[in-house]
Design a protein around this ligand. Structure first.
Ligand SMILES: [Zn+2]
Length: 169
């Protein structure tokens, strides 16, 4: 694919213009912070999630568990049974291998997973998403009872997103 080749070359951050090789200019920090975030993979808001987690919660280098619907896949919906099994398995792995101690769950307004996979009416969506955060936390506690779990709902506001804490008890 010639186009991809051009993209790779122009993306070179540093020296050594080797075709097909991209060198990231970002530094690498090996220390883990033992936190993960579960959120929707919607590419339009991925950078907002990063901004919130990095600057709002001060969690650099968190582990990303991104899939359509995010925490909606951990709430016991039969339509997401396979995803739920997979994500629970991933979290078990992260608890063991990355010594995970904290999980941040983020729902977002107008999530297509709720509209299309679960067939939820727009006016019911937010209520269900809030309830699903509580259900997801319940299921995650079965992975490890010691995890700190926090829930948030991201809503559109002007040109950006606001993140509101949702109590999980
Ligand atoms: Zn979504």
């Amino acid at each position: 694919m010639p186009d991809a080749q051009v993209e790779v070359k122009t993306g070179l951050g540093r020296t050594g213009a080797v075709p097909g090789v991209y060198t990231s200019a970002l530094g690498y920090e090996s220390q883990r912070i033992r936190a993960a975030a579960v959120y929707c993979s919607d590419g339009r808001i991925g950078e907002h999630f990063d901004d919130f987690l990095h600057n709002g919660l001060h969690l650099p280098r968190y582990d990303r568990v991104a899939l359509p619907g995010g925490p909606g896949c951990l709430a016991g919906h039969i339509e997401a049974r396979l995803e739920e099994e997979g994500v629970i398995d991933e979290l078990k792995f992260l608890v063991d291998a990355h010594e995970l101690e904290r999980v941040v769950l983020i729902q977002h307004q107008g999530c297509a997973f709720y509209q299309r996979r679960l067939g939820v009416e727009p006016e019911r969506m937010e209520m269900l998403q809030r309830a699903d955060l509580v259900r997801a936390a319940f299921h995650i506690r079965r992975v490890s009872a010691h995890l700190q779990i926090d829930g948030y709902l991201a809503s559109l506001s002007g040109d950006g997103l606001v993140f509101e804490v949702v109590p999980l008890e």
